[in-house]
Ligand binder design. Structure first.
Ligand code: FAD
Length: 476
């Protein structure tokens, strides 16, 4: 791209969104150009901040006329480098955070229409004000945005009960790469009138179009809940305990998360004011929450009874039930602060794989042993959504032993290969909920069957023949 073209484009963009909404100086763009983990650095020509769908469409039109790529961005909390501009193609970062209006709430239909830039915490708050619940919950709740959550098909702790983002979206509004606006904002639970087009954009990581608004599914507000932390001798017991709980309390399991002792120790060490409510002398722990919308159900008593029964059956070795909400929140803070605390513990290589739940024990045991044998000094931690078969195997490496970027990248490649090979061998996926982004493009080529890849390339070519939508992400 010539300097003249660049100047013309920046002027056009300023004409569309206003000159103060086109950021070009390094001091203004730095926070947008780097990913959350600080692993990828982008080189977008500008960060553009539209406020309406028509502004987004006009920006797309101006960019694609010059062959300039568009990298959509929400809260920039993604963990695979998906919202960072690639270095080898002229591009702009299109940050949707200003599109943060709640357009409509229909409490009788249990649905909510929100713009892409709405922060998840705010959406949950609005639902709560209307005596409803939007159940998606993840550690980045205070920063991640609806457009990013849709585009990564985010998961989190509520998937066991409510499904991931794909199951929580009823409709979408999308600006397509040719700048046409697709109004798919329907709030229907049944619609078999042809292909379900919204599913193409959910989990597409911004490679097929820009999500500008979504219709979300709401659920009755929860009236009662109870949480517990449970010590376990191994992963098999976690799987058995989950099955036992499901038999006893059915759909009332709001969350069931596994953490290894080493992982909790890191959180306790690096998290301000965080502590474990029980001694850390078992290899694994699960955090459990039971909840219901019926105020007459005694969640605390039910949890105590079912855990006592599980103890009798030797499904667990110890348990602590939180006696009030504040204690429950402190327990859950151990889970939600993992990513933040791991950043301080060293160079972390975090994997996001899934296998069938029944194969988790063999998977975790196998990869842990191999990583510790092959990667010098690796401290392997585990955390994850065990009910979904989704485990984060996290290798923490000392910054003294791994002091250069090259050493870190080489170790990361070793760890990832071990985990990815083992997950695929056991019928799993190399990416359960974080997506592919820039990080796993080559891995996808290696592990995804050729027919899958071919179909994905065909879809991409139909929607984005010019290759301007978030190039270099998911597919080369
Ligand atoms: P970004 O990071 O800004 O973007 C993510 C991807 O979506 C990029 O490819 C981007 O180009 C694309 N995109 C963004 N907005 C749009 C749009 N409007 N239209 C089209 N494409 C768009 N993820 C989980 O699934 N489960 C977890 O439990 C979880 N826990 C986390 C905990 C922490 C502390 C952190 C930092 C992250 C966690 N994540 C988790 C990852 C991350 O929060 C999710 O991937 C989230 O969905 C990203 O949202 P975002 O708004 O920050 O998107």
């Amino acid at each position: 791209m010539t300097e003249k073209d660049e100047a013309v484009l920046l002027q056009q963009l300023a004409g569309i969104v206003g000159s103060t909404r086109v950021l070009t100086g390094p001091e203004d763009t730095a926070g947008y150009q780097q990913d959350w983990r600080g692993r990828y650095q982008g080189a977008a020509l500008a960060v553009v901040l539209p406020a309406t769908t028509s502004e987004v469409a006009a920006v797309v039109k101006a960019c694609s006329a010059l062959g300039v790529a568009i990298v959509p961005q929400g809260g920039n909390t993604g963990l695979v480098g998906g919202a960072v501009a690639s270095l080898d193609q002229a591009s702009i970062l299109l940050n949707l955070s200003r599109m943060n209006r709640i357009r409509e709430i229909d409490a009788s239909n249990n649905s909510l229409v929100v713009e892409a830039g709405c922060i998840l915490a705010n959406v949950r708050e609005v639902a709560d004000q209307h005596k409803r619940q939007f159940p998606l919950l993840l550690g980045s709740v205070g920063s991640c945005e609806i457009g990013g959550l849709v585009s990564t098909n985010a998961g989190g702790t509520g998937v066991l009960r409510y499904g991931n983002m794909r199951e929580l979206v009823l409709g979408l509004e999308v600006v397509l790469p040719d700048s046409a606006v697709w109004d798919g904002l329907r709030a229907l639970r049944k619609d078999n009138s042809g292909y379900d087009l919204k599913q193409l954009f959910i989990g597409a990581e911004g490679t097929l179009g820009i999500v500008t608004a979504a219709v979300l599914k709401l659920f009755p507000k929860l009236a009662v809940s109870a949480s517990a932390m449970v010590a376990l001798p191994g992963v098999q017991q976690a799987v058995d305990l989950l099955r036992f709980l499901q038999e006893q309390v059915g759909q009332r399991i709001e969350a069931f998360e596994i953490l290894s002792r080493r992982q909790i120790e890191i959180v306790v060490k690096h998290g301000h004011g965080l502590s474990s409510p029980m001694p850390l002398d078992a290899p694994f722990y699960v955090l459990i929450e039971l909840a219901d919308s019926s105020p007459t159900w005694d969640a605390g008593a039910e949890l105590e009874n079912v855990l006592a029964e599980a103890l009798d059956r030797e499904l667990l070795s110890d348990a602590v039930v939180a006696t009030d909400l504040a204690k429950a929140e402190r327990m859950w803070a151990l889970r939600h602060n993992i990513s933040e605390c791991n950043k301080h513990a060293g160079f972390t290589v975090s994997n996001d794989t899934s296998v069938p739940v029944s194969r988790l024990p063999a998977f975790i045991l196998g990869v842990t042993e191999r990583i510790e044998r092959v990667v010098a000094g690796a401290c392997v931690c585990h955390a994850g959504h065990i009910g979904d078969g989704n485990i984060h195997v996290i290798a923490v490496l000392s910054r003294v032993m791994y002091s250069t970027p090259e050493q870190c990248e080489a170790a990361a490649a070793q760890v990832n290969l071990i985990v990815h090979e083992a997950s695929v061998e056991l019928g799993g996926s190399i990416s359960a909920e974080h997506g592919v982004g820039r990080m796993h493009v080559q891995r996808l080529e290696r592990f995804k069957p050729p027919v899958d890849l071919q179909m994905m390339r065909m879809v991409k070519a139909v929607f984005d023949p010019q290759g301007v939508m978030n190039p270099g992400k998911i597919l080369r």
